[in-house]
Design a protein around this ligand. Structure first.
Ligand SMILES: [Zn+2]
Length: 92
């Protein structure tokens, strides 16, 4: 994983474990930045992000953003940075 120095180990790991346990629902609040840098890995769970594309009327495709196949994270072409995580216990 090649991120530049802003990767904290303990916190995301705890979050991931909680989410992977399947006992909680996770909501992610994000702040949109003006960065157009493409993302390859989910900043929340580290999985590879899936590109979301749309067909244009001219037969090409346009990238709309990225979604994570594992957790609720998604981003548009303007990168969204997670600012807050809300965990709620799943009701049985
Ligand atoms: Zn994810």
């Amino acid at each position: 994983m090649a991120t530049k120095g802003d990767y904290r180990v303990s916190e995301p790991r705890a979050r991931r474990l909680a989410y992977d346990s399947g006992l909680v629902e996770m909501e992610i609040e994000c702040r949109e930045t003006h960065e157009l840098r493409s993302l390859f890995n989910c900043p929340v769970c580290g999985r590879r992000l899936k590109m979301v594309k749309n067909m244009t009327v001219f037969g090409g495709t346009v990238t709309l953003g990225y979604t994570c196949p594992h957790c609720p994270y998604w981003t548009g072409i303007h990168r969204r940075v997670p600012t807050r995580y809300i965990f709620t216990r799943k009701s049985a």
